[in-house]
Design a protein around this ligand. Sequence first.
Ligand code: ATP
Length: 269
Amino acid sequence: PSAMREVQVEVANVRWGDIGGLQNLKLILRQAVEWPLRHPESFLRLGVTPPKGVLMFGPPGCSKTMIAKALATESGLNFLSIKGPELFSKWVGESEKAVREVFRKARQVAPSVIFFDEIDALGGERSSGSSTSVQERVLAQLLTELDGVSPLGDVTVLAATNRPDRIDKALLRPGRLDRIVYVPLPDDDTRREIFKLKLGKMPVCNVDVEELVRLTPGYSGAEVNAVCHEAAMMALEDSLDARFVEKRHFEKALTIVKPRTPDSLIQLY
Ligand code: ATP
């Protein structure tokens, strides 16, 4: 059906090395997704059931999408990505069909990963009566599809949200998104690694990474990235012939790019 052509299959191109820091988290996810796919016999031998699906939660811009892509890249999986709200907007009146279609496509191009970003769009807490009937039907369809995915099978489901409080509990039952990981704001180590990755590609002069780390608690990964980008813009503003991005450019960038994750969000986690 024509409306469904929009489910894109991608070959993801993010390596673990592109993601700064987060060593522990990377290991947990590799254990959950990569190992069972690569060594199913080991899991079967020990009678361990790997998770069928993984839910990542945490503030925006902290690499959930990058992690999903790295899992796909490093395990050689096709990558299908869909944002929760798209299920409603792109396929008006056909949202359940869209869910079926995503899974059908994923099986067709297996081994594959389906990444549901903003999965909370499907929730809306049924108990509070705030979800609409189309949400309920889409959620029901998603649960059916999840139940049909076999563990150690060829389709892995990953999901992400900033609002874990809005996730319908039915999605989290065993055999569904049964591994839940918190992807926090980057700590000092992780920010240091992100800065090093970015500054590795940018000629800098008199820039002290340690100082940048000290000045950026509360910044998300995306905001750290924005600081570097903004600093380079400042250098170009000074002169289009600039050969280096300098300390003062970073200082200026830090006055422009401020951490914006609301406390109320952090308190949810
Ligand atoms: P959202 O919740 O807004 O979808 P997200 O958690 O999925 O965000 P990403 O899209 O993966 O975040 O990250 C946003 C951008 O921030 C990335 O494209 C990257 O440039 C940068 N970034 C975030 N975390 C890291 C990291 N650990 N290492 C390198 N870059 C990072």
